[in-house]
Design a protein around this ligand. Structure first.
Ligand code: PEP
Ligand code: MG
Length: 853
């Protein structure tokens, strides 16, 4: 269906823009059929803006054009009068999906040129014709642009040479018939949309495979003439910050977006000491533009960039597109629109992509930190991270499964590397530009990324990278990737935590009003807890205490504890860990300022604290004054065939109860001390790897007796909650009994996924790509919650848990916790909260709100 809109300009300027009739008078123009630009132009026309006559071709028509079926062009041309001059612009559903460039001045030919020499002057007429010949030759006839490069020729000479070059290159004279020109332009644009590179580019931006293109044919507003003529672009906010600010340019005697390309000759829009401005030169036009801008914002409910033309002092609005914006600007704009009551708060919350938040959430290298810069590249994704070098996606996944930060270093990345990129803290490639795979994916994932570090050499054989100054770094060495600056630094560097500005916090506060599920953070260290608190997490949902035992001199004490001969000796060593743990918990309680803190008791195979190589074992023997065989024997005795299913979690808590007792005492003493300092805490203690209710009963008895002892010693009453991690299938199945002993159940979907699939968290990376590629699994289940399988266990566990205790608190704390899929699932199951890594908290808060709206 062909649709025609009659703009005000068309009515006012009968001679230039002949009045037209709607072909289907009652038909409304739908964005999904004709594209966003067509829809927007129709709105501008309805808002009575001076838009030249516009005809829109639908997605279907353009598809048929690409296949060789041209619609009846008389139907189009009849709306533009005799000897029209036209432009054609793309109109895709989402402007971010791109499309072929606009073609202007269709209809220019020898006769028109001669006539225009009289009306607008020879120079302007010739420039116009020349521009059309060049764009037609290169974008429509696809001739070699170099054949039209005549640097020494100007004006009429350049035009003559270009027309001759066209005839020579195309084997036919430059077409003079507007119908033929229009038909070729439409065909070229329709086919360009169908081309492979255009398709890949838009698919990378999220366009579906069958995304359509509309085309908009518009009467040209010339922008050249005897009176004040020209063209420009104006917007009312800064694209980077989103703050109100009129920006853009205006260029006399120009068309399209030339004002943006020729900044030298262009005018500023507002008064500016640096040069002439449209506001000074044409104050009425400027005022009219500002008024149109205000109408656009209020009625289109969006910040728009307006393309305009002056034709002998008359303003024409040619187009308006959503202002391009950074993630920070997107948030500020949405918040400002809601604060001005242009859109409701709900809509502001819905307008910001959760992924956009993550761009603002990254750590940056502390500007005061010492930088040992190894090599520079293109800063492709902001933020900074340190980690050990890995060279393959599989190694990155294995590293992540071990909880070890890594930097994925590749010559360039391919789609097969996506899971590795996901697992890595940062990505560095030797090849590629800002739109390379690594750059696009890195930004999408919010992973700091540098591409095109071409002075870096990867020596695959030796497994090292060689920096330009000849330094070698091997797999396992630590690098810092500063994705904001594009610099690779040696070693670990001090970082600054992400900071949030006012609009960011406001948007998330609104999101909190709409969401109906809690969001906590997984935080093991004071730094994590501070980030969680900065991002307004409602508490800590998982503190993995074993991570605390690697800090400072604790490793040595842990090793001594492992070598203790009797429970008494073990207790004596643990007594030295007690004050350290107490201080840890007190600090967490203080940072979280009374918000809930859920502390998971120790969950790690003991052998992981011992050195596995001979040299390390020798060192340990001399530290502990033990014969080497005693150390090697203990290492051998503790090693397991399958440590993930071995002596970890509650199994240690029952076999060596002293560790849990020490931790419980540290938690309760920290609670008492915090209360004395004015912070009331109800600590939550969580038991890992439960598979039978008896395990809970045994540990509960120990912890209750420690609580009574601390209350008696301190003469301070306190409350605490005891809960269970549901991370074995049996715990989910037996949740009814277990919940009778536990106030809360937190589903650990990492282990639950591992045990449901029988899939090693540490080794699955080796074959995961093959599995996903061949469709065995739709997604890596460690990354995307498996709703069908693991999800069913979660539902069973939740329902049975509620049967055992009606008010049992339910949550999820595996790595899936912050993802939209998991949040949607947990909402549907009526869970109380999700817990995710601190940096995902804002994303989770926004996703949860969007799901609730
Ligand atoms: C889990 O298993 O999902 C979990 C959160 O615990 P961890 O990752 O420490 O095993
Ligand atoms: Mg676990």
């Amino acid at each position: 269906m062909l649709q025609v809109n009659k703009g005000r300009a068309a009515v006012q300027q009968q001679t230039t823009y002949q009045a037209v009739t709607l072909i289907t008078p009652t038909a409304a123009m739908h964005g999904e059929v004709h594209g966003g630009r067509a829809k927007c132009l129709q709105r501008l026309i309805r808002l009575d803006m001076p838009v030249p006559t516009t005809v829109a071709l639908s997605f279907d028509q353009v598809m048929w054009i690409a296949r060789g079926e041209m619609p009846d062009l008389d139907q189009v041309l009849t709306h533009f009068g005799k000897d029209p001059l036209l432009s054609v612009r793309p109109s895709s559903q989402d402007p971010d999906w791109g499309g072929p460039g606009a073609v202007l001045n269709i209809g220019m030919n020898d006769a028109r040129h001669a006539a225009m020499c009289e009306t607008v002057g020879e120079a302007a007429a010739t420039a116009l014709y020349l521009r059309f010949v060049h764009s037609y030759a290169t974008d429509v006839a696809r001739l070699d642009p170099e054949a039209f490069d005549f640097p020494d020729l100007r004006g009429a000479d350049a035009l003559r040479a270009s027309l001759e070059a066209y005839e020579f290159e195309a084997d036919e004279p430059f077409p003079q018939d507007v119908r033929e020109q229009l038909s070729e332009v439409l065909r070229a644009m329709a086919r360009a949309w169908d081309g492979t590179s255009a398709r890949l580019l838009r698919e990378a931006k999220g366009a579906p495979a069958d995304a359509g293109l509309g085309l908009v044919v518009q009467a040209m507003a010339l922008g050249v003439g005897q009176g004040e003529s020209g063209s420009g672009v104006i917007q009312f906010v800064d694209s980077e910050s989103g703050k109100p600010q009129i920006t853009g340019r205006y260029l006399s005697q120009s068309q399209g977006r030339e004002a943006l390309n020729d900044q030298e000759g262009a005018f500023y829009l507002t008064h500016d000491p640096r040069g002439p401005s449209l506001e000074d030169a044409c104050p009425e036009v400027f005022a009219e533009l500002v008024a149109h801008g205000a109408v656009c914002r209020a009625r289109l409910r969006e910040e728009m960039q307006v393309e305009f033309t002056l034709e002998n002092g008359q303003l024409r609005i040619l187009d308006a597109v959503r202002v391009q914006r950074s993630s920070r600007a997107a948030i500020r704009i949405a918040v400002a629109l809601a604060e001005d009551a242009v859109i409701p708060r709900e809509e502001a919350v819905l307008r910001v992509q959760p992924a956009a938040l993550s761009e603002l959430l990254h750590r940056q290298v502390d500007p005061r930190a010492k930088r040992d810069t190894l090599v520079s590249g293109i800063p492709a994704s902001p933020g900074a991270a340190s980690g050990r070098i890995v060279f393959t996606a599989n190694e990155a996944q294995a590293s992540a499964a071990r909880g070890e930060a890594c930097v994925l270093v590749r010559r360039e990345t391919t789609p097969e590397d996506i899971r590795g990129m996901h697992a890595a803290q940062a990505v560095l490639t030797v090849r590629g530009g800002i739109t390379s795979h690594a750059a696009v994916i890195g930004r999408g994932l919010g992973v700091p990324c540098i591409v095109g570090a071409s002075n870096l050499m990867i020596d695959r054989k030796k497994g090292v990278i060689v920096t330009p100054d000849g330094r070698h770094f091997a797999a396992g060495d630590i690098l810092t990737v500063d994705g904001t600056k594009g610099e690779v630094l040696a070693g670990e560097v001090d970082m600054l935590e992400a900071s949030l500005d006012g609009p960011f916090e406001k948007l998330l506060t609104w999101a909190d009003d709409f969401r109906d599920i809690g969001v906590r953070a997984n935080a093991d260290t004071p730094a994590d807890a501070q980030t969680a608190q900065n991002f307004a997490a409602e508490g800590i949902g998982l503190c993995r205490t074993e991570h605390m035992f690697f800090e400072g001199d604790r490793l040595g004490v842990m090793r001594e504890m492992i070598f203790a001969e009797t429970p008494e000796d073990r207790r004596a060593v643990l007594d030295r860990l007690l004050p350290m743990q107490r201080a840890d918990f007190k600090e967490l309680f203080s940072i979280m300022a009374g918000r809930p803190v859920c502390i998971r008791l120790f969950d790690m195979p003991l052998h992981e604290f011992l050195p596995f190589d001979k040299a390390g074992q020798r060192d340990l023997a001399s530290q502990l004054a033990l014969p080497l065989p005693a150390v090697t024997e203990r290492v051998a005795a503790l090693s397991e065939y399958n440590p993930m299913l071995g002596m970890r979690g509650v199994r240690q808590g029952i076999s060596i109860p002293e560790i849990y007792e020490m931790q419980a005492r540290a938690i309760f003493e920290a609670t008492v001390e915090s209360a004395r300092d004015g912070t009331d805490v109800v600590p939550e203690i969580m038991i890992p790897l439960i598979s039978a209710v008896r395990e809970v009963e045994l540990v509960k008895a120990h912890i209750d007796s420690v609580a009574s002892a601390v209350q008696a010693e301190s003469r301070t009453p306190f409350r605490y909650k005891l809960g269970v991690m549901v991370e074995t299938p049996r715990a989910a199945l037996r949740a009814e009994d277990i919940a009778q002993q536990a106030e809360f159940l937190s589903f650990g979907t990492n282990d639950l996924t591992q045990m449901t699939y029988g899939l090693s968290r540490d080794d699955a990376g080796r074959f995961m790509s093959a599995y996903v590629q061949q469709g065995v699994y739709e997604e890596d289940p460690f990354h995307t919650l498996d709703i069908e399988g693991v999800g069913e266990l979660l539902s069973i566990g939740a329902a049975r848990g509620r049967k055992g205790r009606a008010d049992v608190v339910l949550s999820i704390c595996g790595e899936h916790g912050g993802s939209r899929t998991a949040i949607a699932f947990c909402r549907a199951q009526g869970f109380d909260y999700v817990s995710c890594s601190p940096f995902r908290v804002p994303v989770a808060r926004l996703s949860a709100a969007q799901l609730a709206l």
